[in-house]
Write a protein that binds this ligand. Structure first.
Ligand SMILES: [Zn+2]
Ligand SMILES: [Zn+2]
Length: 375
């Protein structure tokens, strides 16, 4: 007569003779109650408001339970499903926290070792950043010569530029007592460009020992944390789900820029008239030489939606340009040696160089709509 332990028997309709020489688990599943107590104790020390679980079942249990199914003729009950169901129900009762598939942590029941441990799930925080100083790269830019160790090339810093990612990520890492972070942003500006519009991002923060923090306090620290005055600011911070990563990185938004341009000669009102003709035009832009090392070389068509001259003086002008998502603005001005057509330089028949570029508006109101509707 086949014997099953209390746990395996309960999972199989209490139809067997009970005994510790369990045919499925050899008695190991009987440790479940103790493991649940351990799990509840571990969970009580965590800053969590929901949980999920996973069970690691030795392979031979799965093979052995098929013998039981043979006896029970068609009543195939999986011990893994049974354990998952009964463990999550017990933990809900013991901790008062709800079970969720995307819970704040995953409680792992390892039946091979008889041990329980907790894996903290990532936290995702949405926001928009303003980059108020040039000379910062968006993401971390490690020195390629020393791979971050520090060498003369990078002045022993291990990196070529300070980054927006670190300016935001480090305060979050500290506040959440986390291990690592990654910034997922909606596009990027160049190192030498600034952005006052607010660019949408989602920070993914790994292994946070705290989850509920004062987001406003972190925003203050980001804005004021650096001696040199405000360089990076964040607004609209909110906890979001993982689905926002794709939403933010895959969505493309029209943008407005202010560009300071220097021309090869003095320009006048007639030139201004010519420049304005670019509004409404569709540009053909071959991948700029400056980004060709990381982007496929192809020709895109992008529309210039609005164009305005804010001021002109001698060989310089300040322009306001609104363009479709993905437009290369510096190349729209310079022509990039004929790779962008038409361009301001081509229209005027002289060189035109963008000296300063500020992103002043990003049409991403769609993200707020998704946030309000609670996805
Ligand atoms: Zn058993
Ligand atoms: Zn280096």
């Amino acid at each position: 007569m086949m014997e099953l332990c209390n746990v395996c028997d309960a999972g199989n309709g209490n139809a067997f003779q009970k005994g510790s020489g369990c045919h499925i688990c050899a008695g190991k599943a009987e440790g479940t109650a103790k493991m649940i107590d351990e799990a509840a104790a571990l969970m009580s020390k965590e800053d969590i408001s929901s949980f999920s679980i996973s069970t690691m079942i030795p392979k031979d249990w799965l093979k052995n339970e098929e013998d039981v199914w043979d006896i029970r003729m068609g009543e195939a009950r999986s011990i893994k499903d049974w354990l998952n169901k009964s463990i999550s129900a017990s933990l809900e009762k013991k901790t008062g926290l709800p079970y969720r598939n995307d819970g704040d942590c995953r409680v792992v029941f390892d039946y091979e070792s008889g041990k329980v441990n907790i894996e903290r799930n990532e936290i995702f925080i949405f926001g928009r950043y303003m980059k108020l100083a040039s000379g910062l790269s968006q993401s971390r830019w490690r020195c390629a010569r020393c791979d971050g160790k520090g060498c003369p090339h990078c002045k022993e810093k291990g990196k070529m530029y300070e980054s927006v990612e670190e300016r935001i990520g480090e305060p979050f890492k500290k506040a959440l007592i986390a291990d690592e972070y990654t910034m997922h942003a909606s596009g990027r500006e160049d190192v030498d460009a600034t952005n006052t519009a607010g660019r949408a991002f989602v920070f993914e923060i790994k292994n946070p020992k705290k989850r509920k923090i004062d987001l406003g306090a972190v925003a203050n620290e980001i804005a004021g944390g650096v001696g040199k005055g405000k360089e990076v600011e964040v607004v609209d911070l909110a906890y979001v789900s993982r689905t926002f990563v794709e939403l933010v990185t895959e969505s493309h938004f029209d943008k407005e820029y202010e560009a300071d341009v220097e021309f090869g000669r003095e320009i006048d009102e007639k030139d201004g008239e010519k420049m304005r003709s670019i509004a409404g035009k569709t540009l053909l832009q071959q991948t700029p030489t400056r980004v060709a090392h990381r982007r496929a070389d192809l020709v895109r068509s992008r529309k210039v939606k609005e164009f305005e001259i804010i001021g002109m003086e001698g060989k310089t002008a300040r322009l306001r340009i609104k363009a479709e998502a993905g437009t290369y603005i510096k190349e729209l001005i310079s022509g990039d040696q004929g790779r962008t057509k038409p361009s301001i330089a081509e229209i005027l028949g002289t060189s035109a160089v963008c000296k300063k570029l500020v992103v002043t508006e990003i049409d991403d109101g769609f993200l707020d709509f998704v946030m309000r509707t609670g996805r």
